[in-house]
Design a protein around this ligand. Structure first.
Ligand code: GLA
Length: 372
């Protein structure tokens, strides 16, 4: 298996959109190292759409835009690798990419060979301009097969936004991650919309093909290509905690060359990252039935639980759960110790845990069962 836990990294789209260049990517890769993001586990630097010339060359090969990438892609990948990072690129299952550059339809094998030659480690594969006659699972199987046979380990990150019942067929395509949602924007409404869409799909998450809830907007502050109103840092924390708990890839989208300490502290919370990267990579399950104020639980590999309570409403709500709700035997003299992974505070629960969450509030705990 190429990956056993959800990928961690950075992608150019949220901040830079079309305005990408060799310089931006090199500076960002450097910032991954200098900021400590690399050392804490973020290792993919991914170029999104808009890196290519508008047309293929006479041999049918993709050509990097010479103005944006004068050194070519292979040299850039080499630089990224020299910093101890991995390199990702973007293409699309249709004729054209979403921003109207050449897509890989009917060129899957030659493109996978090209990416392997350029030492690419990760391919994000979009779903725009797809031929209507060919079902999505065939389009993704063709690229999945091409990558599996290209002679290099390349993470296959499918990006069909959950369309056409993606979750029913995606595991047959060789994809390592699958985008379950439409595009994220930097606003509370966008985070809430994507969060609410997760209620029914967790059963198709987990080891083998991680549910990608889209890139993070943490730290964008309303700037950049998908910048809208921006969010408060507490909302960014909720967003990061939820994505981490639900085992999504954590792909940073802000300009990490200029992030402040508050943003860095969110993105580098080790306890949250440890939950996301838990080696068992089990999917979360919801233990209540309110999509707007869910309680998500994940059984971690060492017997601990990750427990997240979220409030997507604009007013405070009261939430509670008991040890029995976690699926544990509560009549045998056990209590639950809850460690708040943001405040480090420890609470003991031997019956019911109750808490009032403010509007857009959340709690994320690591829970351990102890004898009374
Ligand atoms: C789609 C994807 C986005 C981004 C853009 C690029 O909208 O969902 O994540 O890759 O295309 O054009």
């Amino acid at each position: 298996m190429i990956i056993n836990t959800p990928p961690l990294g950075w992608n150019s789209w949220n901040t830079f959109g079309k305005q990408i260049s060799d310089e931006v990517i090199r500076e960002t890769a450097r910032a991954m190292v200098d900021s400590g993001l690399r050392d804490i586990g973020y290792d993919y630097v991914i170029i999104d759409d808009c890196w290519a010339e508008k047309e293929r060359d006479e041999n049918g090969r993709l050509v990097p835009d010479p103005e944006k990438f004068p050194n070519g892609i292979k040299a850039l990948a080499e630089y990224v690798h020299s910093l101890g990072l991995k390199f990702g690129i973007y293409s699309c299952a249709g004729d054209r990419t979403c921003a109207d550059y050449p897509g890989s339809f009917d060129h899957e094998f030659i493109d996978a060979e090209t990416f392997a030659e350029w030492d690419v480690d990760y391919l994000k594969y979009d779903y725009c301009f797809r031929p209507r006659e060919t079902p999505g699972h065939i389009l993704y199987k063709r690229m999945g097969t091409a990558l599996a046979n290209c002679g290099r380990d390349i993470v296959f990150a499918a990006c069909s936004w959950g369309a056409d019942n993606t979750r029913e067929w995606i595991k047959t395509t060789g994809a390592h991650t699958w985008r379950s949602t439409g595009d994220i924007y930097d606003s509370w409404e966008s985070i809430k919309k994507l969060a609410m869409q997760q209620t029914d799909i967790q059963s198709t998450n987990g080891l083998g093909c991680f549910n990608d809830m889209d890139m993070l907007v943490v730290g964008m502050g309303g700037k950049g290509n998908v910048g809208l109103t921006g969010c408060a840092n507490e909302e960014y924390k909720l967003h990061f905690s939820l994505w981490a708990l639900l085992c999504s890839p954590l792909i940073i989208g802000c300009d990490i060359r200029n992030m402040d300490d508050a943003v860095k502290n969110i993105l580098t919370n080790e306890k949250v990252l440890k939950i996301n990267q838990d080696p068992a990579a089990r999917q979360a399950y919801m233990i209540n039935s309110h999509g707007d104020r869910p309680i998500w639980v994940r059984a971690l590999s060492n017997g601990d639980f990750a427990i997240g309570l979220f409030n997507y409403n604009d007013t405070a709500v009261r939430l509670h759960f008991s040890i029995a709700d976690l699926g544990l035997n509560c009549v045998c003299g056990k209590k639950l110790e809850l460690e708040d992974v943001w405040t480090d505070e420890i609470k003991e629960v031997d019956g019911l845990f109750c808490d009032t969450l403010p509007a857009h509030g959340f709690r994320l705990f690591r829970g351990r069962v102890r004898n009374l």
